[in-house]
Design a protein around this ligand. Structure first.
Ligand code: TTP
Ligand code: MG
Length: 220
């Protein structure tokens, strides 16, 4: 098996999942207070700036031309994060190769942003990656939201690339997350802890704390 990781003991790895605007970055930032946790936040920043090119923007503006390239790059950046070494006993990742595959690529195929040929190439990549790399996953935290709430947050946050994303897109992505993480329509690499992420910032702390024991298991 090819691997870039040399240490035998993999960290306890938590994948933080949920719709666009569900609060994944905020959730990871909550764990900054714990020194023994390695945080891998905001992979989206790579997608917004690859040597000065904003692939996220190109993908939304011209999906016929850029959605495939974009998902290719998402796959590469997520794989890099999955195999990144850390000496810390706990690793928290914003998203994973799984949500890219089971939520976004599925959505892009069904809405015609990518064509079946492109879809099959991506599937071949995912299968090859699973065969040749150990994708460590010990727990999935699902920040469960309603599409209405995340749509409002997305508009308030006003990330310029997302200004054209309609409510229906978030609703469809919500269903895809539900189908995967709640109904098990796709492979779940670990147990799923579901948190209520509809709560606003003033009230979400108690919900985050509810997950601390599960996440910090190796160090408490
Ligand atoms: P998210 O990965 O959901 O990140 P976020 O920072 O918006 O989430 P949170 O507010 O919970 O921290 O999405 C980032 C952008 O990338 C979003 O516009 C959706 C897009 N995206 C894809 O188009 N394809 C993908 O495979 C992934 C993972 C994201
Ligand atoms: Mg984020």
């Amino acid at each position: 098996m090819t691997s870039f990781t040399s240490n035998n003991k993999a960290p306890y790895t938590v994948l933080v999942e949920g719709n666009i605007g569900s609060g994944k970055t905020t959730f990871l930032n909550h764990f900054k207070q714990f020194q023994d946790v390695c945080l891998m936040t905001e992979p989206v920043e790579n997608w917004r700036n690859l040597n000065g090119v904003n692939l996220l923007d190109l993908m939304y503006k011209n999906p016929d031309m850029w959605a495939m390239t974009f998902q290719n790059y998402v796959t590469l950046t997520m794989l890099k994060n999955h195999i990144k070494q850390t000496e810390k006993p706990v690793k928290l990742m914003e998203r994973s190769i799984y949500s890219a595959r089971y939520c976004f690529v599925e959505k892009m195929l069904s809405s015609g942003m990518i064509q079946p040929g492109m879809y099959h190439v991506l599937q071949e990549w995912y299968n090859f990656i699973y065969e040749h790399h150990k994708i460590q996953a010990d727990l999935i935290v699902y920040l469960r939201t309603s599409p209405e709430v995340v749509y409002e947050r997305m508009q308030e946050r006003a990330r310029s690339e997302e200004s054209c994303v309609p409510y229906q897109y978030l609703k469809d992505l919500h269903e895809l997350h539900e189908n995967w993480l709640i109904h098990g329509h796709h492979y779940r690499p670990a147990q799923v802890l579901v948190l209520d992420a509809n709560l606003d910032l003033d009230n979400i702390n108690a919900e985050y704390q509810r997950s601390e024991n599960s996440i910090l298991r190796p160090i408490v």
